[in-house]
Ligand binder design. Structure first.
Ligand SMILES: NC(=O)C1=CN([C@@H]2O[C@H](COP(=O)(O)OP(=O)(O)OC[C@H]3O[C@@H](n4cnc5c(N)ncnc54)[C@H](O)[C@@H]3O)[C@@H](O)[C@H]2O)[C@@H](O)CC1
Ligand SMILES: Nc1ncnc2c1ncn2[C@@H]1O[C@H](COP(=O)(O)OP(=O)(O)OP(=O)(O)O)[C@@H](O)[C@H]1O
Length: 448
């Protein structure tokens, strides 16, 4: 049974078979080597391509777009983000999103929340810039509403153009007056062409007011299972169809005019209506609340970096300009969260909380800068690490270096360059990176 409205299918079919679609597919593959998993057939059917491992590929995208640390950068150039969220009930969610952005590498992170929430959020972290500007119905008389609303908008407007991305929704609550003001903020961001990630209660708002995001290619929606269900029902007027998940997601993105949608779940699916990408890196079996907030903060930073990456001189080819930075940012955010969650779970097991995952974000980002050339240079000096009783590496392992030898060398390298926190699987990943380098340590090893 096909749940999708036939007019949408026809539109899909035309778009999917266009040269634009094929071009994006090729470009995304060549950027990070990751795969677009949907291949649209001429009759509009979606077919899954043969699945390949995406873990390393999503990581490749993340590595490419991650802003390089450079002494010539000044404060703000690595990213300025703002979270619009935080009310009486929820103070954790905006904090998680905003602090994650900082931990990943943004320079400045703001929170626009209600007065009740502001002091609490400030007390969690002196790093965040907290603006107590939002108001809920209970604190505003009916005759004051227009004035207060204009004041809120004015306060946010003063800052808006400074931001590289805003996140709307973590812990926002559902107060009608507050949501009205936030609708204006979303419109303001759109006019100023500021990328906007919509999460949590922000999704409740836009699902009921689709015009707020319709046709905005700088908008990213990050629905969880419930939020996705509500979106599908509202927009496609059908039920979620997991048999046809790829096609339904791209259909949804197109129906909302080419916004990017990151559908969260066991596997994260990302589509802007032209491509569908999947991030299935193993994360953590813990489902503690707040992981989606880390994700929204991460996606905000990576999308800004992706925009920067695609617009810099070196990347100024017509090929690069066809890539969608919002898709690349979503893939990277998802990959990073999952890798950080996996690391946190390894240490804390069932006790893993959102704050533990946040603590691991930095380590995961740092690991991206693993440079096989530097590692190999260091390896040349590693005679020091040969245990007593052995004259050389070849003395330890013989001329035919076996897996144990590689593992040993890998361990030494990783300890030497500071990756003492990696697990066995990750260690092999880094070793593989070294082996792919033409002057790889194995060669060196053979000549020691
Ligand atoms: N510490 C905090 O301040 C937190 C605040 N949060 C905020 O809380 C507000 C409401 O978010 P909620 O996540 O509660 O709202 P949802 O509408 O996502 O969830 C509502 C209910 O659905 C259930 N549910 C979740 N995943 C499900 C699944 N896969 N299948 C079936 N049922 C499922 C949950 O148990 C929950 O009771 C948002 O503003 C959000 O940002 C959350 O981000 C969590 C942390
Ligand atoms: N079953 C799962 N297996 C692995 N990862 C999952 C699973 N479900 C969700 N995730 C990951 O956890 C992250 C958060 O997703 P989740 O569905 O918990 O969001 P959320 O409900 O919006 O979170 P929050 O509690 O912050 O509101 C996503 O990146 C997703 O990939």
């Amino acid at each position: 049974m096909n749940f999708i409205d036939s007019s949408i299918c026809l539109e899909n079919c035309m778009l999917a078979s266009s040269s634009v679609y094929r071009r994006q597919l090729f470009l995304i593959r060549s950027l990070g080597g990751y795969c677009c998993r949907v291949h649209m057939e001429g009759d509009g059917r979606a077919m899954r391509s043969s699945l390949s491992t995406l873990g390393a590929d999503a990581e490749g995208v993340m590595q490419k777009i991650t802003l390089k640390l450079d002494p010539s950068l000044y404060k703000g150039q690595a990213g300025k983000v703002a979270v619009i969220g935080g009310c009486r009930e929820y103070t954790g969610a905006p904090y998680f999103a905003a602090i994650s952005a900082l931990k990943i590498g943004a320079d400045l992170s703001h929170v626009f929340c209600t007065k009740d929430a502001a002091a609490v959020i400030k007390s969690y972290s002196p790093e965040l810039i907290v603006h107590p500007v939002l108001e809920e119905s209970y604190s505003v008389r009916d005759d004051e509403k227009a004035t207060v609303s204009a004041k809120v908008l004015g306060e946010v407007k003063k800052w808006m153009e400074r931001f590289d991305c805003i996140v709307v929704g973590p812990g926002l609550g559902r107060d009608p007056f507050l949501l009205n003001c936030v609708s204006d903020i979303i419109r303001q961001a759109r006019d100023a062409e500021i990328p906007t990630v919509i999460d949590g209660d922000g999704l409740f708002l836009v699902t009921n007011n689709l015009d707020l995001v319709k046709g905005n290619s700088l908008a990213i929606l990050t629905p969880n299972v419930n939020e996705y269900k509500r979106l599908v029902e509202k927009v496609l007027k059908c039920q979620v169809n997991d048999e046809n998940a790829y096609e339904q997601l791209s259909s949804l993105a197109r129906s909302i005019g080419g916004v990017t949608i990151l559908r969260k779940g066991k596997t994260d699916l990302i589509s802007d209506g032209l491509t569908v990408n999947e991030v299935s890196i193993f994360g953590s079996p813990r489902r503690c609340g707040g992981q989606g907030d880390i994700l929204s903060g991460s996606v905000a930073v990576f999308s800004s970096w992706a925009r920067h990456h695609l617009s810099t001189k070196n990347n100024e080819s017509s090929m690069q300009s066809s890539l969608n930075p919002m898709v690349l940012g979503s893939i990277s955010g998802s990959a990073l969260l999952r890798k950080a969650a996996s690391l946190a779970f390894e240490n804390k097991k069932r006790s893993t909380l959102t704050t533990d995952i946040i603590e691991c974000l930095g380590k995961r980002i740092y690991a991206l800068h693993f440079d096989p050339v530097i590692a190999c240079q260091k390896l040349k000096r590693l005679q020091l690490y040969i245990p007593n009783g052995f004259a050389s590496f070849s003395d330890m392992f013989g001329q035919n270096v076996n897996d144990v030898g590689v593992l040993y060398v890998g361990m030494i390298i990783l300890c030497h360059v500071g990756f003492v926190d990696v697990n066995l699987k990750e260690m092999f990943y880094y070793i593989k990176k070294i082996l792919n380098y033409e002057n790889n340590p194995l060669q060196i090893l053979k000549f020691v």
